[in-house]
Design a protein around this ligand. Sequence first.
Ligand code: HEC
Ligand code: HEC
Length: 395
Amino acid sequence: MFKGNYWLALVIAATFISVASLTAVPVFAAGDPDFDPPLVPLPAHPPIPADNKSSTAIYPAKMGPKQELGYLLFFDPKLTGDASLSCGTCHHPDTGWGFNDPISRGYPGTVHWRNSQTIVNTGYFHKLFWAGSVTSLESQAPAANKGGVAGNGEDDMMESRLQMTPEYRQRWKEVFGYDRPLIKDAWRAIAAFERYMSQTDTPYDSFLKGDNKALTASQKRGLELFKGKANCVECHNGPMLTDEKYYNLDVPNPVEWTESGLAQISYRFEIYAKGVTEKLYRESKHDLGAYFRGKNPQDIGKFRTATLRYLSYSTPFMHNGAFFTLEEVVDFYNEGGGESDLLNTKTKILKPLNLTDDEKADLVEFLGSMSGEEIKLPFPKIPPIAAFDDWQPKK
Ligand code: HEC
Ligand code: HEC
């Protein structure tokens, strides 16, 4: 009995020590006594859900048929209200598959109320959107294209347009086994395409897999700062460089948001729909983030830790696009995050870092190593709606 416990204690201690030394990060980092998953490369492809099977190919390999259908639909304006924009308008290939205004454009007549995120690598997330409000790409796509300030589409209208498109009838037959497109399967094909948009061949991943030359000397110093003095690893960890938890960093609001009447109207429309009190509806000057989901005061102003992948192309940064450069982001953290603390929920983890100019430069260099080559796919040729006679079955 005694002997058993002795060995058990020894094994636990040995495991603890070897995990700590293998990952070379403090297992319990300063300020937040949680376990930080190690920094590891991205798996070869994102998980494929059992109820939406598709090819495991990722860019730049050849797409499978479902991914290819999703690629067309991603850029097809038939899937929005007035057919004047598509997913690809706000997630544009030339701007990191996001939108490069601090606040995204919206449905005609509105602006959005948050920064548009890149869709690259989203297949690896467990929670989507800045406040983590949906948990799968399959449910994210309809939320986007039916949302009032985004796609603003109606199911029956969008579905009819697909059914009037001969090429889709043919592709649906091939991919789903029936030829009268249903909108629910459009979202599933788009999700399959998003999983294709994964990037695993960055210098950072190569370095973690053992290629010591993949990072420059400056980037290696940046990595040490990231894990040590700058303590980024406390929240940015695991294969996606995010713990997918929620924090309020007290990011300042950009003037594009506070000074734009249209942005304020869109924001108030959105939070009214989310059922806030009339007082909040009238007076809120901040995006309350994760609060909107459970109306828990502790969640006010909190956002999901962002991934640090593909940053080289996805400026501006943060939920409100407050920063255009990584230098600004690092300065923000160096000062210990935002200073207003108006919402009283700012994380205690952020502290002034006292980084020297050289250290800041190394950190910025390191952040660049988590982006590979820019993913360039052309706008595809969108299948046209046919004249009535063309899509009736031939007698
Ligand atoms: C009008 C602009 C607009 C359109 C159209 C749009 N999006 Fe977005 N997208 C955004 C914005 C803004 C966000 C962030 C919103 C938030 O967090 O509340 C976002 C977030 C996302 C995310 C979450 C990324 C992450 O890191 O969690 C995914 C995935 C995504 N969009 C895919 C799509 C798809 C697929 C479509 C088409 C079906 C689409 N979007 C249409 C603007 C748009
Ligand atoms: C307390 C947890 C925490 C720590 C520590 C932290 N971050 Fe963040 N990071 C976040 C959260 C949360 C966001 C999104 C915040 C928002 O939009 O309001 C974010 C966003 C970012 C972004 C923007 C990414 C994008 O796509 O918009 C960058 C870049 C970034 N962090 C880098 C760093 C660096 C570098 C460090 C270390 C100096 C660091 N972070 C430390 C939680 C943290």
